[in-house]
Design a protein around this ligand. Structure first.
Ligand SMILES: C[C@](O)(CO)[C@H](O)COP(=O)(O)OP(=O)(O)OC[C@H]1O[C@@H](n2ccc(N)nc2=O)[C@H](O)[C@@H]1O
Ligand SMILES: Nc1ncnc2c1ncn2[C@@H]1O[C@H](COP(=O)(O)OP(=O)(O)OP(=O)(O)O)[C@@H](O)[C@H]1O
Length: 287
């Protein structure tokens, strides 16, 4: 028996432009994604005999059957490699909220794939792992690389970039989630779009210039989510009034983040916890 214990870290999107809707219904993108320290934990046990996958999870709203992204990766790996299916147990300890725009399920899938591949003598190249996983979750390829990256295509074209930003990151997620699918569907109803300036964000990350980053972030999915989630506009205004910081939606939401100077982090966290006690609130940093 061989076992592994791995962190499956989350991500934030720092600027997200949708370029166009493709024939297959997906959308081509230009965005920056960065790994952050908030993580799920995967305990993976290989029982060294042929068999199937068994998932255990600490959260009962996460599927542990073939609908779990980890199970989809398991099936895809053995289908693609034609290897004998192995008896594997995965204990999934969830700490990343779902439908948050933090990539929780995708990160679990990518982390499991890298361990499964490593256990099988790295039978797949990085590109093969990206190609077999991108149709399971568009964010999975990013987590295969798991570095600050400019991401294009539907999420499979990745260019690693330098990130020297030293700020802390504060996350706050309202009690409701947002379906990624709904956010994309509503994009076609978006009339005048505000674009992120991806080049200037890259410059700000490289030079640790947090204001240059802040001034150039925008997110088309945030703009489209606000078309059908009326509470978001009010939430954004409340956050600014309470903290004097601009908060940005990550991915398709519903989680928001802000860059905070280390000396101010605790004060901001306390302000948020006092006002939004039931919300997911976390202090984290780039991973
Ligand atoms: C919003 C982001 O998280 C930004 O990082 C990603 O673009 C979405 O990644 P994800 O949550 O892994 O998305 P998936 O679970 O693969 O796709 C959910 C749904 O989002 C839509 N989708 C996703 C990615 C993409 N480039 N175009 C799309 O239109 C599709 O309707 C898809 O059925
Ligand atoms: N390993 C997993 N962890 C969490 N949710 C999972 C997992 N596998 C499947 N799911 C299902 O997928 C849904 C989406 O999960 P999650 O939002 O974490 O995925 P994601 O697309 O990677 O992240 P996000 O869209 O929030 O950036 C969940 O509501 C849950 O029902």
């Amino acid at each position: 028996m061989k076992s592994y214990k791995e962190k499956a870290n989350a991500k934030i999107n720092i600027g997200l432009n949708i370029l166009e809707k493709l024939e297959n219904g997906y959308h081509s993108l230009d965005m920056i994604m960065a790994p952050i320290d908030l993580s799920d934990i995967l305990e993976i046990k290989f029982n060294e005999k042929k068999g199937n996958l068994k998932i255990f999870c600490n959260k009962n709203d996460v599927p542990i059957n073939e609908n779990n992204i980890i199970y989809k990766i398991y099936n895809k790996f053995y289908e693609y490699t034609s290897l004998q299916r192995e008896d594997i147990e995965v204990k999934l300890i969830k700490r990343i909220p779902s439908e948050a725009g933090l990539g929780g399920g995708s990160s679990d899938g990518a982390t499991f794939l890298k361990v499964l591949n490593n256990y099988n003598n790295n039978i797949l190249s990085t590109n093969e792992m990206i190609n077999i996983s991108k149709d399971i979750g568009a964010d999975i390829p990013f987590f295969i690389i798991n570095k600050t990256t400019r991401v294009k295509g539907i999420g499979e074209k990745l260019e690693i970039i330098e990130n020297k930003l030293e700020s802390d990151i504060i996350l706050v997620k309202p009690s409701f989630g947002i379906s990624t699918k709904d956010a994309y569907i509503n994009y076609s109803n978006l009339k005048n779009k505000n674009n992120a300036n991806i080049e200037k964000i890259i410059k700000g990350l490289k030079e640790n210039d947090v204001n240059l980053v802040r001034d150039n972030i925008d997110n088309h999915l945030q703009q489209s989510a606000k078309l059908f989630k009326n509470e978001l506009e009010k939430f954004e205004k409340e956050l600014y009034k309470l903290t004097k910081l601009k908060f940005y939606m990550t991915g398709s939401g519903s989680c928001y983040y802000s860059f905070v100077e280390k000396k101010d982090s605790k004060k901001i966290i306390n302000l948020l916890k006092n006002k939004y006690g039931t919300y997911f609130i976390s202090l984290t940093r780039f991973y």
